[in-house]
Design a protein around this ligand. Structure first.
Ligand code: MRU
Length: 368
């Protein structure tokens, strides 16, 4: 997708300086578009845990590049296996909810272990990271293509009105490599001339909706309106939302989805108002080993200061402002689980299915 008219990916290997991975520092968007450089496995761990990069697919690809850098470091160590195993564990622990992290690190580890020769191991880790990145572009495009008929059908019923889509957090290209998951059908519909309008939940505490989704929609010329997190139910009661599309950080075998805190409340409101609630996901977010999302998905607890403070643009620079009494403590639950029964459908790179084990295994029979 584009920033200031230029097509970009969210992460890339710097061609001029080898062994260096660049990404946008998402902590400063939309006010500053800073490039953040990752030069070691520790840099990759920090970038993920401090949310320089965020969003399940981008976290996974960043971790794969982190494993490449870990392999370079390990090749200079006496104990290659020990160093690489430690880096893998630290990367996996850097954010607990998005399963793409474990998915990417485990693939890298097994390719590194299966390859003979130190240079070859390093090359294999880089090749895997590049492949996961390319695959994500294709996967997100396919998600959009499969979901496009849903938007076309709403438009056909009422061609004079824009299709109103509500989304939460940022499941856009900034959370992936290109296209995004929830945003991919929106971008594809817009490209076909279908009028779309997006209600953007601000998504406290870190405001990924206000900072990132609003930014990327604006950059692609998609009409959108920012709303406070508590507004969605009201809009749905008044027929102002045609569908909800969100992303997910982990999807269980039975179709429960963990996504940014507040997603569950939107699903409840959608259910009460007969608004279709879709979840868009690359299959890399499916955790086939677990069933019950409420019991089995670890919910990340983050620093209370993300709730106590709010970040925005001061007169010149990005500043954090305290929004409660100095002495007030806060709880910062990063994600919540929406049970499958509240999900109208799961949109994957292989098509749309019911949020159930039967639905998922009909698209992914290799996991039946
Ligand atoms: O804490 P974040 O910003 O990493 O949370 C991101 C989300 O919850 C996204 O909706 C999810 O990762 C899906 S991204 C395609």
């Amino acid at each position: 997708m584009k920033i200031n008219g230029l097509h970009q990916h969210t992460i890339w290997v710097d061609n001029l300086h080898s062994q260096q991975v660049n990404t946008f520092d998402q902590r400063y968007l939309p006010h500053q578009c800073n490039i953040y450089t990752i030069q070691s496995s520790l840099d990759a761990i920090n970038a993920i845990s401090n949310m320089v990069v965020r969003g399940a697919p981008l976290i996974g690809v960043t971790a794969a590049y982190g494993m490449w850098l870990a392999a370079i470091e390990a090749s200079k160590h006496k104990n290659f296996e020990g160093h690489i195993a430690t880096a893998a564990e630290q990367l996996k622990a850097s954010r607990p909810t998005a399963v793409n992290l474990t998915w990417a690190v485990d693939q890298s580890l097994s390719i590194i272990n299966a390859t003979k020769g130190l240079t070859e191991k390093v090359d294999a880790a880089l090749a895997l990271a590049e492949r996961l990145k390319q695959d994500d572009v294709e996967t997100c495009f396919q998600i959009g293509t499969h979901a496009l008929p849903l938007i076309e059908a709403i438009h056909a019923k009422n061609p004079k009105k824009p299709v109103n889509i509500l989304t939460h957090c940022n499941a856009g290209w900034l959370a992936c490599i290109d296209w995004g998951t929830a945003t991919s059908p929106i971008y594809q519909a817009h490209d076909l001339g279908i009028p779309v309008h997006v209600w953007v939940d601000e998504t406290r505490p870190r405001n990924q909706g206000a900072n990132l989704t609003a930014f990327e929609l604006g950059q692609q010329g998609i009409p959108h309106t920012l709303i406070a997190d508590n507004t969605g139910g009201h809009l749905m009661q008044h027929g102002m939302v045609d569908m909800v599309i969100v992303g997910t950080d982990r999807t269980t075998r039975q179709g429960d989805v963990a996504n940014k805190i507040g997603t569950y409340l939107k699903a409840l409101a959608a259910n009460d108002n007969n608004v279709p609630f879709y979840v868009a996901l690359p299959s890399s977010t499916i955790d086939w080993k677990i069933n019950d999302g409420l019991e089995e998905i670890p919910i990340e607890m983050r620093d209370e200061n993300e709730v106590r403070f709010i970040r925005g643009k001061g007169s010149n620079e990005v500043v954090d402002v305290l929004i409660c009494p100095e002495s007030t403590t806060a709880a910062n639950y990063g994600f919540d689980v929406t049970p499958a029964r509240l999900v109208t459908g799961l949109i994957t790179e292989r098509g749309i299915c019911e949020a159930s084990e039967q639905g998922l295994t009909s698209l992914f029979p290799e996991h039946a």
